[in-house]
Design a protein around this ligand. Sequence first.
Ligand code: 26Q
Length: 804
Amino acid sequence: MGYKFKDKEEFKEEFKTRIIAKYGRSIEQSHITEKYMVLGTMIRDYAAMNWKASKEEIAKKNEKQMYYFSMEFLVGRLLTNNLMNLGIYDIVKDGLNDLGIDINELEEMESDAGLGNGGLGRLAACFLDSLASLGYAGHGNCIRYEYGLFKQKIVDGKQVEVPDQWLKLGNVWEVRKPKHAVNVKFYGSVEMEMDIYGKAKINHVGAQIIRAVPYDMEVVGHNTNLTNTLRLWSAEPAEDASNSQEFGEYIRDVIAINQNVYPDDSTEAGRYLRLKQQYFFVSAGLTALIKAHLRVYDTLDNFAEKNAIQLNDTHPVLAIPELMRILMDDYLYEWDDAFRIVQEAVAYTNHTVLSEALEKWPVNMVRTLLPRIYMIIEEIDRRYCYDLNYKYYRSDLINSTRIIIDGQVHMANLAIIGSHSVNGVAALHTHILINDVFKNQYAIGPQKFNNKTNGITHRRWLVYSNPQLKALLDKTIGESYIEHPQDLEKLMNYVDDVQVQEEFLQVKLERKKILAAYIKEVTGIEVDVNSIFDVQAKRLHAYKRQLLNVMHIIYLYQKMKEDPNFRIFPRTFIFAAKAAPAYTFAKKVIQLIHAIAERVNNDPDISQYMKVVFIPNYGVSIAEILMNAADVSEQISTAGKEASGTGNMKFMMNGAITLGTLDGANVEIVDRVGYDNALIFGLKVEDVETMKRANSYNVWDYYNHIPHLKKIVDSFIDGTWSDNKDEFKIIYDELMFKNDEYFLLADFDAYQATQARIREHYKDRHHWARMCLVNIAKSGYFSSDRTIEEYARDIWHLNKITVK
Ligand code: 26Q
């Protein structure tokens, strides 16, 4: 179907024909889901012409390509994005309109591809958009999960998880590629024999063999023909699965691999399957990659020259021993040559400093599931220790930096040893990696360490999701910022322009109305669009301190109840957050938010000043209407804990003011907008460090000496929020009997005081609008285009590709 419709009329013809060809019905008779599927398939085919041309151009020029290995790609919807990036949105919209079809209704039919937990997965999706848009050959490798991250329902004020059946209507963007299927081996044992040249030959015998079938999705860039690939691997039974396992059991094992995205939860048991998922897609991805390389070149000697592999956290770190295995066992490379290729090809990004989140796998688990891979890991570890002893004379650092420690495989150490680049995701985060978390690893290989501050695609997060703001920007500073986001800086010439300020406030009001309608629809709560929209949207974690926000709400409520003269400027406190299913504390906080909302929203003394809203099932599509409607962006993690944050950037780019600690990328936001245009409070990393080192923090001191804190904390156990006094006891215990690990009480007064300043800023409309405009003007730096340019230049060494 080599076609590209040129105009509205050709589009309509093609659309009609396809509806008939596929469903044997006229447009009028066809169901809306059928219309959606035909349109999606049509757009996929439209872009497929570019896909083919891209592959040919890359092969012809022998260009280097990058492969982003990630367990997560939080893509969201693609219809609008692809139509916009292809520059055919208006043709299609008008054509559909002629046919009596509202494009918005078709857009709403698409399920979010929710193949991820949060920031890390969304970052991968933003990177794919920037790679294609900038003209870099950079592809994704992941798993074709049958179910995305669970859907969140709220029942009786509590989170309930339900399966996310995102494939219900099929995935119109994917193409199954059976000819590129490969086998992946688990279990069994390793036998060694001598070949006729005296070289050891490895036989992996008695393995469970699973077929990996790729489903490829086009990644369409903005205003470019270059089209990349997101490859999702699906597990199927192998034809020659010649092992002794009982058939039914084998099928269950196969199905389980694709089953679902694992929730970000370090405590969850039964993670064996996750290790299987990790190896499954890494092995399949690399095997296919090697084959593709050998179709163009007759050697793997230049593998690292032509391929870059980026590991999104340690989840895909088995790529290191797996590539070693392929090079040595299948292509007979010597250890040293193979290791050089691996190190040159692979780079690792770290996304967390929380020690409980650094991946470790028990040796027995790895050895049983992946016997050959375990042998290689052991050998990498052995040689590493040898080098530290006899080459670097740093035997003192062995125990903290080696891979196998106390019967566990330390994945981050494997990643650092087996790669040439280790990066953090914001300046402060990288600083902490170098000086604290990986201090000893840094002493051994300082040249590997570098920073790449995260970014977000300004196309999805500004241009497409906020057409009202786009229109204002276009008219004020022109459209150049769409291709060159740093041109948003031109807006600095208008921040004092009263007319532009007024128009910005109008844009914000429009967005707040859209969000308010959505809130009414899903929660039944009516919110005042003239109140301050104060939003905290992110995964629920103790370190992100949603509870600090909640405590402040309780504080205001108690104070207004106590003192009829104390009244606040109307506020709408909006939360959106999923909690990992086994994370009891996080789920309790969600329940507490609902209990407070119920009370506050229905209290006639209070509800005109304050509403509390919890938007269920936070994900990409909800973020698209939530971020741009905020006035205040809550980024209040304990200093040193949030690696970067990327929601903070989405809010900023849409003109919200950051209310935050000096943590993650907040630091770089303030660097750009200045302390006048961000509301910064609280302990800094050094303060937290000092208090920890001196062991000087005692939560009871705060509780006993600050009456309003005592009152807030007591409300968790005195029946204020539930008839059952024990309902929220674990929140109380977490704070008071674990010495408030995340320093909520220590930061409370600073937070409260900064919150109080917001009303002063907000009351002066023009002043407030100016602050917001400065934020937008300075947000270009946080486009993932900038981030990708840095990765391409410093780590991947890619050239830009032009496809005709
Ligand atoms: C690990 C083991 C078992 C099950 C799940 C996991 C798991 C899954 C997902 C662990 C971590 C994640 C996701 C982490 C994540 O999203 N980190 C965020 O990455 C963003 C992008 O760099 C940063 O902006 C955030 O600061 C960081 O929290």
